[in-house]
Design a binder for this molecule. Structure first.
Ligand code: 15L
Length: 267
């Protein structure tokens, strides 16, 4: 990998990867729809709207790998999801194909499978159960990734990210948290693993309370360094009671409870 593009480089994960991936490859190209801090040594900065194919073709030119973080990172109205996470995502994969890009790491989400109950341990083979329009867009992204891998030979790692941050912020996140250094490790596996075709892994740390069987990531060499458990006591003590029973029942939490109109399951 000589030149690696990070889309969505202005978001929380993007700003963190800009630091942790600094110097790993000769050039990091950073792009976002918003203005970014100026390029430093070994960096290129190019502002682009992912729904604009000409702009996407410009940012993918001459790159070997892409970390696709761009798009909206939570639930929103359909036109917003459509433009950023469906059209924008398609543009990234299609422009990558045209430019001969070899690898893409796609930031998909736990919300692609958020309607699995918390008492189920799920692996990378389960069918999608999106919990929101946002979750549907991530399942769509995983499908596009599969198509571009099978049909065009782009190696893709779909990282179903739980919750990225310096530490877990609530009870649900104790099960799905991923630290910056663990996510960096996964991204590097996606860009550098010699035999990668199409794989789905969970973007989570080595959490004792995990809802995921992440053996597929381990098979690819992932050895997460962090566990949410040392934060559990503090996090649980600060958790207010009276959470919505639908949010509590399913892995996607409040994404499942929002706009929920089906009959409520019995406790
Ligand atoms: C996500 O996919 C979002 O991008 C992030 O903002 C959080 O909501 C996270 O999931 C989560 O489930 O905590």
């Amino acid at each position: 990998m000589k030149r690696v593009l990070i889309t969505g480089a202005g978001g929380g994960i993007g700003r963190s990867l800009r630091e942790t991936m600094r110097g790993v490859y000769p050039i990091l190209r950073l792009s976002d729809r918003v203005a970014l801090a100026p390029a430093r040594d070994g960096e290129e900065v190019d502002q682009a709207e992912l729904s604009d194919m000409a702009a996407v073709e410009r940012i993918v030119a001459d790159v070997d790998g892409i970390v696709h973080l761009g798009g909206v990172s939570g639930e929103n109205d359909w036109p917003v999801i459509l433009e950023a996470n469906i059209i924008g995502l398609y543009n990234v994969f299609e422009a990558a194909r045209r430019a001969g890009v070899r690898r893409i790491v796609f930031a998909t989400s736990n919300h692609a499978v958020g309607f699995y109950p918390r008492d189920h341990k799920i692996d990378h083979k389960v069918v999608p159960r999106p919990d929101s329009r946002y979750g549907v867009s991530k399942a769509f992204g995983e499908a596009i990734a599969s198509l571009y891998s099978d049909k065009h030979g782009i190696g893709v790692l779909c990282t179903r990210i739980g919750n990225f941050g310096e530490k877990p912020i609530d009870k649900r996140r104790l099960s799905i948290w991923i630290s910056p250094r663990d996510y960096t490790q996964l991204v590097r596996i996606g860009l550098e693993h010699p035999d990668l075709r199409y794989e789905v892994v969970y973007g989570v740390s080595n959490n004792r309370r995990s809802w995921y069987d992440n053996s597929n990531a381990e098979r690819l060499g992932y050895r997460p360094q962090d566990d949410s458990e040392p934060y559990a006591e503090t996090v649980l003590a600060a958790e207010p009671g009276g959470a919505d029973p639908i949010a509590e029942r399913y892995q996607g939490g409040t994404f499942c409870a929002a706009e929920y109109t089906a009959p409520r399951p019995r406790p």
